[in-house]
Design a protein around this ligand. Sequence first.
Ligand code: FAD
Ligand code: UDP
Length: 364
Amino acid sequence: MKVLVVGAGLYGAVFAREVAERGNKVEVIEKRDHIAGNIYTKEVDGIQVHEYGAHIFHTSNKKVWDYVQQFAEFNRYTNSPVANYKGQMYNLPFNMNTFYEMWSVRTPQEALAKINEQRQEMAGKEPQNLEEQAISLIGRDIYEKLIKGYTEKQWGRPCTELPAFIIKRLPVRLVYDNNYFNDDYQGIPIGGYTKMVEKMLDHPNIIVKLNTDFFDKKDEYLNNFDKVVYTGMIDQFFDYQLGELEYRSLRFETEEKNVGNYQGNAVINYTDAETPYTRVIEHKHFEFGKGNPDKTIITREYPADWHCGDEPYYPVNNERNNALYAEYKKLAEKQDKVIFGGRLGQYKYYNMDQVIEAALKKVK
Ligand code: FAD
Ligand code: UDP
């Protein structure tokens, strides 16, 4: 078959590789001037800069972990972000280190007693929004200092107007363990994600065309290929005929500093409401000891409202958008030549391992 893959992000790259392996001819078109989509990394001064935000690979899916080993060697990076609340530093995720820093409690029993005392405020009440959910999970002190400001900046709305589910996945641990993820496997590809995707796309049956937008020749592409895998925005594919899906966007401000070690950690979250950015990434800490010892590169991440034409980072999975997506999905199911995949094609907040799993399943 002749297969067209729209988008050279992770979904498109895995899909392209797998159908190429099975003897099909694949053309990958990408509207940006680079491959790898949002996991794109660019080398500057020997440092791999995560151009579209910090990306840490983590999974409990052994098949996916084994799959990516073909294309990259992973280091043992463990994500341990630190929160800065008005100059006070707190370990994340919420664990014994955080509870010690917050309340000077030293044992799991003391911590639990304090958390239970704080949860009393919500006793007998079913949480109706994110604020109530957070207080019933962890209490007001942690909510006010480590959740409220960050979440309201991130989503651009008060926590009382946000759905409870956003916060449900925050881990709470009664051990001294700052590892952000519970997964069995974690790391960063040595040499960056771009190199990994490059290797995926390096196959005699694959050709890649950059700076090529599917919508410049939509009808021609649909006529000329046996199958089209589309990883762009699903509403755009249908010319927004049912209305626009909404996203949250981000703005990244990157700066080179003449210092070897700027903040001592890869990720520092600013959890107060006044600091306009949510986090500062220091890229060199993702790959230990690499890069110029006297220079470093940092990126401030500013959440932003999304307008048509901006980069769509996070789907806003509220009732209105989920219902609208369900309507687009019905239209998509009628397009028997086209497979809609990935974060934008399926309007779903996928982590990288989930994208790989979904693509492998779809190919089968
Ligand atoms: P994309 O990477 O968006 O790829 C889609 C591609 O299609 C893009 O390159 C786009 O330019 C192209 N395209 C779109 N429309 C067209 C068109 N009309 N014509 C041609 N090309 C087109 N996941 C983790 O597992 N760990 C993390 O730590 C993590 N951190 C994240 C941090 C941030 C700030 C964000 C936003 C996401 C993070 N993720 C993380 C999620 C991760 O980025 C995604 O799972 C993954 O990149 C999705 O891949 P994709 O191929 O579906 O989408
Ligand atoms: N969050 C928070 N304080 C933090 C970090 C995260 O309140 O310091 C909340 C916030 O609502 C965010 C959610 O937890 O939207 C998920 O955060 P995570 O870092 O897991 O997601 P990401 O934005 O990296 O996908």
